[in-house]
Design a protein around this ligand. Structure first.
Ligand code: KIV
Ligand code: NA
Length: 282
């Protein structure tokens, strides 16, 4: 496949074809994504939980993230590839954000954009990054890096929070109107708000729990594939496969067959014939 670029994504948006995006958190899930029909891959800092077992994205160190981001990037050769700036790698200054973004671009083979959680407080950052040729994807609504500050992973905006809904809408407009944000992830907001934002923006909106009217969707791959065995309580996740159960079943089959002396069978074993060793390349 030819690599998808920002131009392909923008054309697809003009053609009103929903943009599919999926996260990847290691070389294998990078491969899955790369071989699938999805349009874009995000190296999301959710890998802090699904790959490294941390309780949230806040424990993830930049070096740990970079190490994994490199592995993912080696697998993703044909998709539009976006990478998060993880917690602690950008907030303190514009130059820190530039350094972190540059490091990711240097270390990851095929990176095309970086994503930053937040609103107008980062407009200066988006301007600098865009001006030096690093495409920025925004992320607003629920911003998981601030889950502690927000008191949890909660719906943002809504009919009982009209002021907050208005603020989210206005912030999204400001991000787009800065001209420095190429696309915008909207997380965990009511569908009607996702629709209002999408109808009033020209840049693509990518929903995770922001409803069907956004320009595209994103899910965490481990959730979609049912890899973690514990995501059924997240409303916006649809689990399309059950890798967790499949894996445990397979491991139990293996355990049973070894204990029953069914595995390894003759087809998995090297037999010594009378006059020669059977040599196998494997
Ligand atoms: O880290 C992540 O996985 C994300 C999204 C799913 C948007 O930021
Ligand atoms: Na993220």
């Amino acid at each position: 496949h030819q690599r998808k670029t920002i131009l392909d994504i923008q054309q697809q948006h003009r053609d009103k074809i929903p943009i599919t995006c999926i996260t990847a958190h290691d070389y294998i899930t990078g491969k899955f994504a790369n071989e699938s029909n999805v349009d874009a891959v995000l190296i999301g800092d959710s890998l802090s939980m699904v790959q490294l077992g941390y309780p949230s994205t806040n424990q993830l160190k930049f070096d740990e993230f970079t190490y994994i981001a490199q592995a993912v990037s080696r697998a993703v050769t044909s998709k539009y590839l976006i990478c998060d700036l993880p917690f602690g790698s950008y907030e303190s200054s514009v130059s820190k954000a530039v350094e972190s973004a540059m490091k990711l671009f240097q270390d990851c083979d095929n990176l095309q954009a970086i994503k930053i959680e937040g609103g107008v407080e980062y407009l200066e950052y988006f301007k600098k990054l865009d001006d030096i040729g690093i495409a920025v994807c925004g992320h607003y609504g629920l911003t998981p890096q601030r889950h502690a500050y927000l008191g949890g992973y909660k719906l943002q905006g809504g009919s009982k929070k009209l002021q907050q809904s208005l603020e989210i809408f206005q912030t999204c407009l400001k991000l787009q109107n800065s001209g420095k944000v190429k696309m915008l992830v909207l997380e965990c907001i009511p569908q009607a708000l996702g629709r209002l934002i999408t109808q009033n923006l020209d840049i693509p909106t990518i929903s995770i729990g922001a409803g069907k009217y956004c320009s595209g969707q994103i899910l965490v791959q481990a959730d979609l594939l049912g890899m973690t065995g514990s995501t059924n309580n997240i409303k916006f996740v649809k689990q399309y496969a059950s890798f967790y159960d499949t894996a445990i079943d397979a491991l139990n089959d293996y355990d049973r067959e070894v204990k029953n002396q069914q595995f390894p069978g003759p087809e998995h074993s090297f037999m010594m014939s009378k006059d020669s060793y059977q040599e196998l390349d494997y």
